[in-house]
Design a protein around this ligand. Sequence first.
Ligand code: FAD
Length: 407
Amino acid sequence: MESTLSRDEIALQARARAFSQAVVRPRAAAIDRDEQYPWDIVKALAEAGFVGMTVPTALGGQGRSFLDAVLVIEEMAKSCTVTARIVVETNMGAISTVMAYGSEAQKKLAARLVLEGDKPAICITEPDAGSDALAMTTRADRRGDVFIINGRKHWITGAGVSRLHLIFARVFDERGHELGIGGFLAARDESQGLRVARREQTMGLRGMPEGQLVFENLEVPASMAVLPPSGFSRGFADLMNAYNSQRVGAGTVAMGIAAGALDHALEWAKTREQFGRKIGEFQGLQWMLADMQTQLTASRLMLYTAARSRGPNGSAFPDPMLAAQAKIFASESAIKIVNDALQFFGARGYSRELPLERMARDVRMFTIGGGTAQVLRTLVASKMLGWKLPQTRDGYSPNPSLRDAAE
Ligand code: FAD
């Protein structure tokens, strides 16, 4: 696999692996047990230059590629999923949206915060608008030089720890006419109308808060609207385009967890004895190992390919079709690989003293967050058929231009 990487990429990967083993691995179990966001790890990541890697050098970053980020994410995920997700969100997602579509002032603000270690939050999902994100009701009303945002989001990663928020809302002009869905940058300030209402009780990924956010007359300067050249009417599609990097990042976290679990299983297969033989001598387990490795290699190749790709029309982001396929395949394979790795350990695999049960809880998320495996399949099929596939029963949308723009 390394033969597909440049010397610089291999060196970065090796540095990330050493950091992961020395700094992250010893902390992983406690981060899960204590359910606390690991500020010490954030500081160490920032000092080691693993946050804001993709930020342009002119803004203080390293101008690195999405593939570079993928290589680092995989190494972190082998040890600790929460750490890997911090690397995703400080190099992809909201930060790359701002770098692609933001004004100079927005870019400076986002670069400064991320390079200090802030993990920006992306605020799209609402209680009644999940897969159907266009059904969101959070609104931003123009009042002179500001937008007033009201609404509620849930399952927002980083709620309560993120400073920078990229908030998606329906935009209305001064006369109350709807313009489309836009993104707005706001720094968290509980006194100014951005409130964390509750923390979700999650199955895994417990060191990373997921929470409900309430916007109550949150005032955002009009200059903090992240506006692609297409404006508000088609802007949501462009802004969501940035999500293709986040998808590759999320798939990589799943793949990295699987790689870590497989390392453990392989080692145990060579160590544990039953019937007077190493358990790795049993063909039943050998074939499991071979299947796990095959799925892992395929996932890794799909993710690298997606990370290197670019979408149509000069997109700065991975190709949507490749990103969707890579996330579907990597996330579903990873669940199976981790489950099989746990099986190698028998009863020990079920114990909280080993990392396998944590990995099994963590990996389960990746077919859900960032576009479910079902919704991503619809995206892939739509591109294959060359058809729009509206999911409402009659293809109806209260705002057809918006729905067109998002497809
Ligand atoms: P629903 O949309 O209610 O779907 C329920 C089920 O129906 C799913 O299996 C889905 O695949 C299926 N389904 C729905 N529509 C279709 C269809 N048309 N065809 C076939 N099947 C369909 N959101 C954010 O905005 N920001 C975040 O930072 C964020 N972080 C998250 C972190 C975690 C750990 C999790 C679990 C979620 C996070 N989310 C975040 C929310 C996530 O994006 C949504 O959960 C996801 O989009 C699905 O929405 P939903 O949960 O409402 O499920």
